[in-house]
Design a protein around this ligand. Sequence first.
Ligand code: R5P
Length: 313
Amino acid sequence: MKLISGTSNVELARGIADVLDVPLTSVDIERFRDQEIFIKINENVRGEDIFLIQPTSAPANDHLMELLVMIDALVRASAKRITAVVPYYGYARQDRKTGGRTPISAKLVANLISKAGADRVLTIDLHAGQIQGFFDIPTDNLFGQPVFETDIRDLFSSADRDQLMFVSPDTGGVVRTRSLAKRFGADIAIVDKRRPKAGEAEVMNIIGDVAGRSCILLDDIIDSGGTLCNAAKALKDQGANSVSAYITHGVLSDPAVERISNSELKEVVITDTIAQPEKVKKCERIREVSVAKLLGEAIRRIANDESVSKLFG
Ligand code: R5P
């Protein structure tokens, strides 16, 4: 097997390489003056099982194009199998037509990755599980849940766990929330969220009695932070003891960091699917847990034709 990283999250790629004890393959990634991308793989990859690590986080279009160009270089270099490891799948939120004359960009991106020559895709917590069906190649959608479960068990003593309540910030996240709550034998609550317009989140109601409980919000993405910060305020207003959040993908567009710092959220735990700038790393209320081990183990299993679902059994 060979591991290759694009430029979008080299730290995570190094973490995966450490877990697998496989070095990252040397590659030159350059930009022409007009910003076209040029790739040169510096090692022989003929007949190799390649895992190409490149989340398509911001700048999403550059990182996506880099992924496609790298796949093309690998195909032309006669790699045997190419797995696009895309821990954060950008454009996933555009998974259906939201109105007349609008695109389904999540499907377009799936087409681009397949057409470029990827044989498989490996990702984590797709915004909607159905996006797997947008690919006509095998797609493994891992769950960040085990990483969060371990962290929560470390953080809350068994006595404190009785007070836990897992909260879905919208109806779309109920299945994910119920699944983690079950692992703790805990209750769930649901936030009835509306979006009056794109980028704005408004809490209408809280379904469930959260008074006196330690609430944990679960979501796949934190972008502007509106959803989570508004949910945290509503939960506190309803008497929650504390509110923290576990989110797989820290998109964290401005002004998310400021919003979190001034919010009712005690802590926001994100994973390292997306590389974070200093501003996020310095924020005392944001903590990062790594998915390198999870991805490394999944890659090892794919390379050895072992079950990936056993990871979550
Ligand atoms: C929406 O369905 C997603 O799961 C997230 O809740 C949403 O993307 C978060 O966006 P923001 O942080 O901008 O409210």
